[in-house]
Design a protein around this ligand. Structure first.
Ligand code: FES
Ligand code: FES
Length: 161
């Protein structure tokens, strides 16, 4: 039986940059991002696919990074909350969350921001129901969701050309 390598050496495309990374092959994408790439904006919650805190975009689609193996991501386009701002300028979602008090403790916020970005990239004018559906896998213990829904709607307005 072939020996399992202790580490694999791959390249991801992380927030627009080709990123070489070396990690133990059993690690999840969440672990690779946080422990091997030092991108700790993506939060570590339940590790069971139940809270949404770890959501990132892979090839533009939201995925729970605790359920994806790092080795599955070779050559794929990964977007994390660290890549949302444009230099010093916040993404409209980040600005709306700050302005409308949609981030309180902030633990759920990176996952919700990334999930909402995927939604607005596809549907620039989503209904409240569509927003609810899109973030239904993201748990927030603090806000009651109202401010989150309103912030996503506000960001959609601010993003209109
Ligand atoms: S940490 Fe991934 S869904 Fe909770
Ligand atoms: S702001 Fe605290 S869990 Fe959502």
């Amino acid at each position: 039986m072939a020996a399992v390598p202790q580490r694999v050496h791959l390249k991801f495309l992380v927030n627009g940059e080709e990123t070489p990374v070396s990690f133990a092959p059993y690690k999840t994408l969440l672990e690779v991002l946080r422990e091997d790439l030092n991108l700790t904006g993506t939060k570590h919650g339940c590790e069971l696919g139940e809270c949404g805190a770890c959501a990132v975009l892979i090839d533009g689609e939201p995925h729970l990074s605790c359920l994806v193996l790092g080795v599955e991501c070779e050559g794929r386009r990964i977007e994390t909350v660290e890549g949302l701002a444009d230099g010093a300028e916040l993404h409209p979602l980040q600005a709306a969350f700050a302005d409308l008090g949609a981030a309180q403790c902030g633990y759920c916020t990176p996952g919700i921001l990334m999930t909402a970005k995927a939604l607005l990239d596809k549907d620039p004018n989503p209904s409240r129901e569509t927003i609810k559906e899109a973030i239904s896998g993201n748990l927030c213990r603090c806000t009651g969701y109202q401010q989150i829904f309103e912030a996503i709607e506000e960001a959609a307005v601010r993003m209109k050309p």
